[in-house]
Write a protein that binds this ligand. Structure first.
Ligand SMILES: *Cc1c(COP(=O)(O)O)cnc(C)c1O
Length: 376
């Protein structure tokens, strides 16, 4: 493999753009010419389309995935004195949404096979101050909705899904973003459905919560200059919505390409005799995984990462430091060893290129470069 040194990108957004430039450029130009830049018809159209696509009653376009989480928790009146149970093995914004509202994050560990919040551990750390549980549909796979639903009913604790990585994923017949009281999506440019800037979405089946999120995204206002409560400026802008409408029509094909790449990795790793060395992603029997990331557990992970970098193969670590050990959350009092599976995952996981436009020769080169590290 040393004879082919063409770099393999971890993610190359220019290839997606090339596919859709002829559709997206006129759509963006329409917004520019309309001068309806914030909310307005393009946003309303995207909200209708995505609600239908996800099979949810209400979809509210917002400024980012981070703000989607903030607004969803705020719509449940979560604030100082409240606790919210979540996973420390996630992107920072899952947890900062909780603390930005003055509430306290309480961490439960992940299951080692799928890296997702373990429902039993989540229930174990819940107290009478727990006002929400936030499972994260990490890497593109959903938690078991029935397990979390059972906790929610028994303990009367709402569920807020962080579905930022899982648009289109399903588990036990339920779509990501459709089983919690509220679902939160991100359309950050690296996500499976990506804006041309910052954008996010809140989903819900509850009309009252939907109205609350709509109000909170717009300074607590339903009528201009009348503020029923203090909210934020967390509106979706129209250029993003127009771009997202174009891309939504391609999402299923892009997801299928991700799944195909994941299947191919599995075949090639097994053929190379690496399936016992690497721990490949597991997909639950009742799940469709959308492979936002293709993540393996790798022995001598940091050495492998350095080797791949030297070989020109892009890879990435999601996430190298669990949130309970982040410097800014020191005052929460967690110590190394408190959430052992999250800490072990942080030390062992490696994400490989999986984007829909990855070429099969590139995917093969990733496998060869990994084989040359372990097998010489
Ligand atoms: C991307 C992401 C977010 C934040 O979304 P932004 O749009 O970047 O604010 C939150 N949670 C998870 C799990 C994410 O992957």
């Amino acid at each position: 493999m040393k004879n082919d040194s063409t770099p393999v990108p971890f993610l190359d957004l220019s290839r997606e753009y090339a596919e859709i430039a002829s559709e997206i450029e006129p759509a963006v130009l329409d917004v520019l010419r309309s001068q309806a830049y914030v909310l307005g018809p393009a946003v309303e159209r995207f909200e209708r389309e995505i609600a239908a696509h996800l099979g949810v009653e209400h979809a509210i376009g917002v400024s980012s995935g981070s703000d989607a989480l903030l607004l969803a928790l705020a719509a449940l009146d979560i604030g100082p004195g409240d606790q919210v149970v979540t996973t420390p093995f996630t992107f920072f914004a899952t947890v900062s949404a909780i603390t930005r509202l003055g509430a306290e994050p309480v961490f439960a560990d992940i299951a080692p096979d799928d890296y997702l919040l373990d429902p039993e551990q989540a229930e174990r750390v819940a107290t009478d101050r727990t006002r929400a549980i936030v499972p994260v549909q990490l890497y593109g796979q959903c938690v078991d909705p029935n397990a979390f639903d059972a906790i929610a009913r028994k303990r009367r604790i709402p569920i807020v899904e962080d579905a930022a990585q899982a648009i289109g994923a399903r588990r036990a017949g339920v779509a990501a973003g459709a089983f919690g009281d509220l679902g939160c999506f991100s359309f950050y440019p690296t996500k499976n459905l990506a804006a041309v800037g910052e954008a996010g979405l809140v989903t819900t089946g509850d009309e009252r919560l939907a109205a609350r999120v709509r109000r909170l995204r717009d300074h607590g206002s339903e009528r201009r200059y009348e503020h029923l409560e203090v909210g934020w400026n967390a509106r979706l802008d129209a250029i993003q919505a127009a771009a997202l409408s174009v891309k939504l029509a391609h999402l299923d094909a892009w997801t299928a390409a991700r799944v195909k790449n994941a299947t191919r990795y599995g075949e090639l790793f097994r053929a190379a005799g690496l399936a016992g060395t690497l721990t490949l992603p597991t997909v639950a029997a009742d799940a469709t995984h959308v492979f936002h990331q293709y993540v393996v557990r790798a022995p001598r992970r940091d050495g492998l990462q350095a080797h791949l970098a030297a070989e020109g193969v892009g890879c990435s670590i999601h996430y190298p430091q669990p949130i309970h050990l982040q410097p800014c959350f020191e005052s929460l009092g967690y110590r190394p060893g408190d959430l052992p599976e999250s800490e072990r995952a942080a030390a062992e996981v490696l994400a490989l290129p999986i984007f829909p436009q990855l070429r099969s020769a590139e995917l093969e080169r990733v496998v060869e470069a990994i084989a040359s590290f372990y097998l010489g």
